[in-house]
Design a protein around this ligand. Sequence first.
Ligand code: PAP
Length: 335
Amino acid sequence: METSKYFPSVETLDEGYQKTFKNCDELLPTLPQTKGWWFGQLFQYHGFWISGFCIRGSMLNHDHFKPRSTDIVVATSPKCGTTWLRALVFSIINRASFDFSDHPLRKANPQDLVPFFEKIIHKDGSTSFVDGIPSPRLLSTHLPYSLFPTRMTDDTSACRFVYISRDPKDVFVSKWHFASKLRPKELPPLSLEETFDLFCKGVSHYGPFWDHVLGYWKASVESPKKVLFLKYEDVKKEPLGCVRKVAEFLGVPFTPEEENKEIVEQIVKLCSFESMSNQDVNKLDKRYQQRPVSNSDFFRKGEVGDWVNHLSPQMAEKLDQITEEKLQDTGFNFH
Ligand code: PAP
């Protein structure tokens, strides 16, 4: 990855940042590499397949990011419910500031309200943008838990992580649809079978999927005040209970007065797939602001179990078997 392609004025940055950029540029060519599902290269970094750009984000985080005790990090493996969880946490934290009929989520996609950490940490080539966000900072990440520095993960730092996992069969199908849509037209289409094999081998953005989930699961067991672990399927089934759980975890439980005003119900309704996918801003089907993905790409079906329409029984069995092996003796399952 050429630094100059992204930051033509890297030499104007402070020496410390220049050093991180240089370390990253030197490291990437030494790492195992493979092609991403839609564009770009993935590098195997500390056991996970990540783009060079996001590896540099992780390195900048390690070297320069100053966490605050009020930071909230929405963490996910891609396609597990990032958009949904961003919307829920944003509306829980800011519930006193906005009217539900004229809410920011009606005018902006959740990714514009809860910025993507390993990308915005690059903005301007230094952490100055992220340093300037007022508290409490609400950030979103796909980085595995093990890639966060101990100053963010040890029990003495109060910054908190809310994680959501999802049945790998639905994750794979969602990822495959997303990647097929974004893949440049000049490349051959992504075969479901070939991509399935890659996913099973752990080769996907931020994969292996199971290692990602288990990293956060273990952290949530060891440090339940630091990491809250949710499942997409549970949030679908019991959205009110899950929203209350998130609020309590973040130290802002709903008061009896808020319960009387049905604030929890309003949050669930506003953030539901039906509501979110029907906001004009989320119907935008064009790439804008130099973003390769459009808002509408984040809303497809939003269902549990859509995998039955795409995977053969053999494929489903194979994924279930891998999942069983990976989760053995961990105390976690996707049911
Ligand atoms: P990301 O990790 O790349 O940011 P993410 O938001 O996790 O994407 O994934 C999109 C998935 O969440 C889609 O799932 P599907 O392909 O199985 O349909 C999308 O439909 C679903 N999704 C988006 N918003 C919601 C929501 N409000 N409620 C439930 N599911 C949602």
